[in-house]
Design a protein around this ligand. Structure first.
Ligand SMILES: Cc1ncc(COP(=O)(O)O)c(C=O)c1O
Length: 347
């Protein structure tokens, strides 16, 4: 099976497993785990933040960040297809008691004007007060799109002016950094809090970090404990993260090249792919334009042993490249996908 369902599908490599087996560990809850401490130090530096806190998942990192930045009854603004709206089971409401206000974006992005328009100052009795603006970079539901740096700067500047906190769901911010050539610190360092996921393009079995100032991370560590995310000898998995920082960051460019090759090969074969959209490791295929239901198209692809997945958009599937996909897999997929979707038969 050529598994392009998600970049979460990677298996830990041999080198990563060796690093895990040899990790020095301690009681992470007491901050005595040297490997976790090293990972947190390195990620804080990478993201241009003072401190980073290791947690099991990016979902938990996002939820802790929101809980850290706001109080129940405050309001969160984010793009309508943001992961934290679509795929965290109402977590911002459940864990932080937040009122959620979605913005309709373009390719997952929105600007200061939309925030100005949506913001509510609150009053003593009826109206929630907007506290947090969250953005996602790269933006999953729009197909791994990258926010241009100037747009981020303008948005964060507006948040500062309006006294709003800014959170970056940077689960894939390293894809954004590698694709745009902008250092991750220049992107992530602007935000009050940032999530980084280790179990996507970086190839770890689990793990994520939430980063921010010392003051905010002190609060975040309390919520991490309350959420049940404070661990014991977690260095055994944090070692995978340290290994990934050494070996799997720059190579994200390979995933991007392969996604582009896949997109161009499929497009040339007549498969409806929007080439403009391919900026990182995602390729979106509009099977609706072939009069196929997404579920039917997925079943046909599975028969050809190719794994794609559904997206938030009806009739649109995605293929995601990652560490366990090589050039040969891409060439195979370029042959199998048009066949599976009946595209050659139509030509
Ligand atoms: C943008 C984004 N943020 C957060 C997450 C959450 O990651 P996890 O499911 O590993 O908690 C995902 C997962 O797909 C994601 O794409």
């Amino acid at each position: 099976m050529i598994d392009l369902r998600s970049d979460t599908k990677t298996q830990p490599s041999r080198g990563m497993r060796e690093a895990m087996a040899n990790a020095e560990v301690g009681d992470e809850q007491r901050r005595e785990d040297p490997t976790v401490n090293e990972l947190e130090r390195r990620v804080a530096e990478l993201l241009g933040q003072e401190e980073a806190v290791y947690v099991p998942t990016a979902t938990m990192a996002n939820e802790i960040a929101l809980r850290t930045l706001a109080e129940p009854s405050d309001e969160l603004i984010a793009e309508e297809n943001a992961h934290l709206f679509l795929s965290e089971l109402g977590g911002p409401a459940v864990h932080a008691g937040l009122m959620t206000r979605p913005i309709r974006g373009q390719a997952g992005r929105f600007g200061p004007d939309e925030v100005q328009r949506m913001i509510r100052r609150g009053d003593d009795t009826h109206t929630p007060r907007t506290r947090v603006v969250a953005i996602e970079n790269t933006h999953n539901a729009s197909g791994g799109r990258v926010w241009p740096l100037e747009e981020i700067q303008a948005l964060v500047a507006a948040c500062r002016e309006l006294e709003l906190s800014a959170h970056l769901d940077g689960a894939r911010v390293l894809n954004a950094a590698v694709a745009s050539g902008v250092p991750a610190a220049a992107i992530a360092g602007q935000f009050d809090t940032v999530t980084l996921c280790l179990s996507k393009g970086l190839g770890c079995p689990l793990g994520a970090l939430v980063a921010g100032s010392h003051e905010l991370m002190k609060r975040a560590r309390r919520f991490k404990h309350q959420f049940g995310g404070a661990m014991r000898q977690a260095g055994i998995v944090a070692a995978a993260g340290v290994y990934a920082l050494d070996h799997n960051v720059e190579r994200l460019a390979d995933d991007h090249v392969r996604a582009r090759r896949l997109a161009e090969g499929l497009h040339a074969a007549g498969v409806p792919v929007d080439l403009e959209q391919v900026e990182t490791n995602f390729v979106q295929v509009n099977v609706g334009a072939l009069d196929l239901e997404a579920s039917d198209a997925l079943a046909r692809l599975a028969q050809e042993e190719v794994g794609f997945s559904a997206t938030a958009h009806p009739g649109v599937l995605r293929a995601v490249t990652h560490l366990d996909i090589d050039d040969d897999d891409i060439e195979q997929a370029i042959e199998r996908v048009p066949r599976a979707l009946g595209v050659l038969a139509r030509a």
